[in-house]
Design a protein around this ligand. Structure first.
Ligand SMILES: [Zn+2]
Length: 199
């Protein structure tokens, strides 16, 4: 194996869920498709490296060539989730349209162990404070002990605003983040969402 290929295999195998064998298969596919894969990939990776930033308000990625979606305040709901893939799951399901999203980036108290991590909870409070249109904040954190703690923490921070604070229906899949839910389960969890109550 040439050192160029070896280096690429090493880099790709750093991706979670990909071991060296899968990384080698990917690299071989890339090499066999230089024009169709390596050329566009090189361009796209450079663009992403240069232009994509994580928004310090809503936690999503946005291109520096445009404003982040959260700067638009024409929505009445904010859906709060742990990770960006949870947001994508909800977007793809079509159950929630026209509302804003807020990716806090994890759950309490795991936060304390993350050196560079910072949950975007105060920025959520500020979004609600700065936008009189908001009628509801929907909490879609994982159905875990940490998810419960975080939901209660957020609900407490928002309790003085005149808005509805709801949580996706619980008891459906304990321990899972919502990105693991199938569309039917997610739709049910949305429809049956209710107040954040003490467990
Ligand atoms: Zn944003």
């Amino acid at each position: 194996m040439s050192s160029e290929i070896d280096n690429l295999v090493k880099t790709i195998s750093k991706l979670k869920a990909l071991g060296p064998k899968s990384a080698r298969r990917i690299v071989l596919q890339l090499l066999d498709n230089k024009e169709n894969l390596i050329k566009p990939l090189t361009k796209q990776l450079v663009e992403i490296y240069k232009n994509l930033r994580r928004c310090e308000t809503c936690g999503d990625y946005f291109s520096v060539n445009s404003k982040c979606d959260c700067s638009n305040k024409k929505y009445k709901k904010i859906f709060v989730c742990e990770e960006i893939q949870d947001k994508w799951t909800v977007e793809e399901s079509g159950i929630y349209s026209g509302g804003g999203y807020h990716v806090i980036g994890g759950v309490l108290p795991a936060l304390e162990s993350k050196k560079n991590g910072k949950l975007l909870i105060s920025s959520l409070v500020n979004r609600v404070k700065d936008n009189k249109e908001i009628e509801e904040v929907i909490l879609g954190l994982g159905n875990t002990a940490e998810g419960n703690i975080t939901s209660h923490f957020i609900a407490d921070k928002l309790k003085d605003f005149n808005i509805k604070i709801t949580r996706l229906a619980q008891g459906i899949s304990v321990g899972n983040s919502i990105s693991y839910l199938d569309d039917g389960t997610l739709v049910t969890a949305f429809k049956n969402r209710g107040p954040v109550v003490s467990d």
